[in-house]
Design a protein around this ligand. Structure first.
Ligand code: FE2
Length: 318
């Protein structure tokens, strides 16, 4: 079975193709706002502009034609309404034109499923970290439970807001990581409530600290503090659930310092640790194709016209 998946929940338009669980291609383009956050309308315009080119690229890498696709899938939510609609409409149009089934995929669920497949971890305790989300999850009898999560902003959005305050040209977590290299530690607010986290106090204090300290030192301290918070909450969940492995996934999972901290934590607590290659942690279409196929084979799908984006869809509501 060949599945084409479209990702468009936020700044990335990604189109991936999978065949019987194997990834054939994974093309993408990112909307990069300068000096501002994601403007929904501009993100949607970007996705509409690049969609034909990314579709062509993905098909040619996979060496297939649209006629060969057996199932079309799209990221249904959570995400930003306007860009989400672009992916949904594109997938619906293709499914109708080629008379093939359509399936919507929860974005965090896709991050988890592709990461489980690539790391070969079974029943892990999951730390899902991205722009809008920061969650500690477990799957039990096919249902996801959120054991802990951010009570305000997602960790990735914390980094993006701070990066904008430092006037980085491309305000994104990855640029912050580069800036933080060689920085010195300064104390910042640290807020863990059981297995939940709060980042807004840290965000305000970090931005204020820029008046007294260098952007390098504050960036370094912001990353160290927020990642330590995630580790503390995750370790509490590990002792509670007694899971034998930790899976790190989502866009912020690409951060090498966070990976290093969790590797140390896993070693000390004698559990396995797994993280996917960066290509599958950033937002991507391959994970939507892979997971679309998985869901379709498990439970089929509903008529094309019944599918619509769900900007506030939660993994524990599935
Ligand atoms: Fe994501």
């Amino acid at each position: 079975m060949i599945t084409l998946g479209i990702e468009s929940t936020a700044h990335t338009l990604g189109i991936g193709i999978s065949k019987n669980g194997k990834i054939l291609s994974n093309a993408h383009d990112i909307y990069k706002p300068k000096g501002e956050g994601i403007i929904p309308r501009k993100a949607a315009d970007h996705h509409m502009d690049v969609l034909p080119q990314i579709l062509t690229e993905s098909l040619s890498k996979a060496q297939i034609a649209l006629d060969d696709v057996d199932l079309f899938s799209f990221a249904q939510g959570p995400g930003i309404g306007a860009p989400l609609s672009v992916g949904c409409v594109a997938a619906k149009t293709l499914a109708l034109k080629y008379s093939k089934p359509l399936i919507g995929v929860n974005h965090p669920y896709a991050h988890v499923k592709i990461a489980e497949s690539l790391t070969k971890l079974r029943n892990p305790l999951i730390l899902y970290v991205s722009g809008g989300n920061t969650q500690i999850l477990i799957e039990e009898k096919g249902k996801f439970q959120v054991l802990g999560e951010t009570l305000d902003v997602g960790i990735g959005n914390l980094f993006d807001s701070f990066a904008r305050a430092t006037k980085l040209e491309y305000a994104h977590g990855s640029t912050l990581e580069k800036l933080a290299k060689g920085g010195k530690y300064i104390e910042l607010p640290y807020t863990v409530k059981g297995m939940n986290l709060s980042f807004t106090g840290l965000q305000t204090a970090a931005i204020r600290s820029l008046q007294k300290h260098s952007a390098k030192d504050v960036s370094y301290s912001l990353l160290e503090t927020s990642f330590s918070m995630c580790c503390e909450a995750l370790e509490r969940a590990l002792f509670l659930t007694r899971r034998k492995s930790i899976l790190l996934c989502g866009g912020v999972a690409q951060n090498k310092r966070l990976q290093q901290m969790l590797k140390i934590l896993a070693k000390e607590d004698k559990v396995k640790f797994g993280v996917s290659p960066d290509e599958y942690n950033r937002d991507n279409g391959a994970m939507i194709a892979y997971t679309g196929e998985l869901l379709y084979k498990k439970k089929g799908t509903k008529p094309i016209e019944k599918w619509e984006p769900e900007p506030f869809q939660r993994i524990d509501s599935l």
